[in-house]
Design a protein around this ligand. Sequence first.
Ligand SMILES: [Zn+2]
Length: 259
Amino acid sequence: MEPLIRLAVAVGIFALMAGLETVIPKRGDNIDRKHRWPVNLGLAACNMLMLRFSIGGMAYLAANHAQEWGVGLLNGLSVTAPLSIIVTLFGLDLAIYWQHVASHRWHWLWRLHQVHHSDTGIDATTAVRFHPLEMLLSMLYKTLCIVLLGADPWAVVLFEILLNGAATFNHSNIHIPEPLERRLRWLVVTPDLHRIHHSVLPAEMDSNYGFSIPLWDRLFKTYKAHPQQPQTTMPIGLVTWRNALGFVRLLQLPVRPLP
Ligand SMILES: [Zn+2]
């Protein structure tokens, strides 16, 4: 039941964002869907199958067992259910922020994360462009955090849904009117904020690591409000490699890095 709920919400949000991208695109319509979409959606399908037949349900199960056995910080303290849900949501989001920072700072993690940043355009499909090994490592790390935290099982499901929805939204190529965007970015990571993280400029790529809320970037001084170049024309991707990469070549990146 739990994987079905997550899949249904993910597909719904993706369809909504992809639809909005055609009606109110930020960077025009020229985002090379023909070449990028088969690669990005191919990776998504590959990752979904890989997780489905390996450790995909691990996060929820780990939270359930931790609760049953009284393991983890929240299970050891007698906190109320609402507080446990709030701490789980914020605690896991902070953990994912640090995972993202580490993915840029540690060489071997960067080799995996490069798959995500090698996209020369950015839209809702970029949100699912990840190397399968990065997905596996991410699931193991998240599970460890869930057990240590003693996270509430249904808050874990809610977190996965929110994280996935937020990532699809903040990678999307949609135009949000400036007055609304200015207010929205105090609460959530907007597409204009996250697009800066996909800039080819190293100083810009080294900013806006948050996926859901901009709080962690503001707190740890990695927040950048505006890119040097206009949002509509700034180059996206890696500064060292400007060509589109095929599906197989992307899977080889950890062992055959780009020059
Ligand atoms: Zn990144």
